[in-house]
Design a protein around this ligand. Sequence first.
Ligand SMILES: Nc1nc2c(ncn2[C@@H]2O[C@H](COP(=O)(O)OP(=O)(O)O)[C@@H](O)[C@H]2O)c(=O)[nH]1
Ligand SMILES: [Mg+2]
Length: 335
Amino acid sequence: MARDWNDVFILDREPGAAGGAPVAAEPVARERRRGLLRRLRENLSKTRQALQAEVQATLFDTLDDETWERLEEALIMADVGARTTAEVVERLEREATSGQVEGGEALQARLVELLAEQAAAGDGRIDLRHAPTVVMVAGVNGTGKTTTIGKLAWHLTREQGLRVVLGAADTFRAAAVEQLEEWGRRAGCEVVTGPAGGDPGSVAFEAVRLGREEGADVVIVDTAGRLHTQDDLMAELAKVRRVISKQLDGAPHETLLTVDATTGQNGLRQAQLFSEATPISGIVLTKLDGTAKGGIALAIARELAIPVKLIGVGEQLDDLRPFDPDDYAQALLAP
Ligand SMILES: Nc1nc2c(ncn2[C@@H]2O[C@H](COP(=O)(O)OP(=O)(O)O)[C@@H](O)[C@H]2O)c(=O)[nH]1
Ligand SMILES: [Mg+2]
């Protein structure tokens, strides 16, 4: 079953009860799911095309050593990651050789299943039952932090009927603050800003304070994606975290890391660095549209054991989607 926004957010009320989207009736939900899957296939079409051709040329032909090598190569080219690829292909080969799975179609379906298993890592939901829930968003410059925050804020306010406060703690770049303010206007939420070059910790602190004072449901804090050195950046992230937790015990409740899917294995290495410096609870894989390296979701889930929670599939407001491992694997490979 495809994950919808109502499956991602854990709320202490019925989903949509406060003016948000009503829970759709069964046939409507099915139709909607088909529409979403169709769109996801389009979004992933570059990766899909590359993989489909190889699957047709290998699994539907005589099975020999070359079959598995070619399949491995295709998955690695799509940035599925060497380790993940090796595991999946070995397993498929074993099942094919033992006669457990027979025929091109069955092998293809099994490959989809195996990839879906690998793409799932931990709980993909976002718990919004804190008062307020503080979400910190980190990631390298240009990976889509601010855009993701804008889209997320829009879903939370317009669809879920929640009150959201944004904190522009990327004070390193002046344009970053204006950009967040613009998203805030679209989503209809307040944006806490500080002076350019000012202390990001103060902005984060003030955003959480205001969120508490005004009884907001969610506070989302944007952060800088680049400082003079990598060490500076990691130290600053740790500091912003500390400041947030001083204002509200247990916060931030969610730390999302944006990873640009077009950067493939490089994105995986970035994610590794960030997760060593600060606890990351979920990945937002951005720019999945327009890349042939869409397999990176698998490598991240498998090799970092951090769930991919959301995916970015474009620059528009509704181009942020919940990540569903089954849908994702189907969109990549199912006929
Ligand atoms: N195609 C596409 N572009 C995206 C996506 N997410 C962000 N972008 C674009 O990537 C650029 C950098 O995004 P931004 O949010 O400013 O990144 P930040 O520096 O991490 O805050 C902008 O031009 C965004 O419109 C996505 O999912 N798909
Ligand atoms: Mg930004």
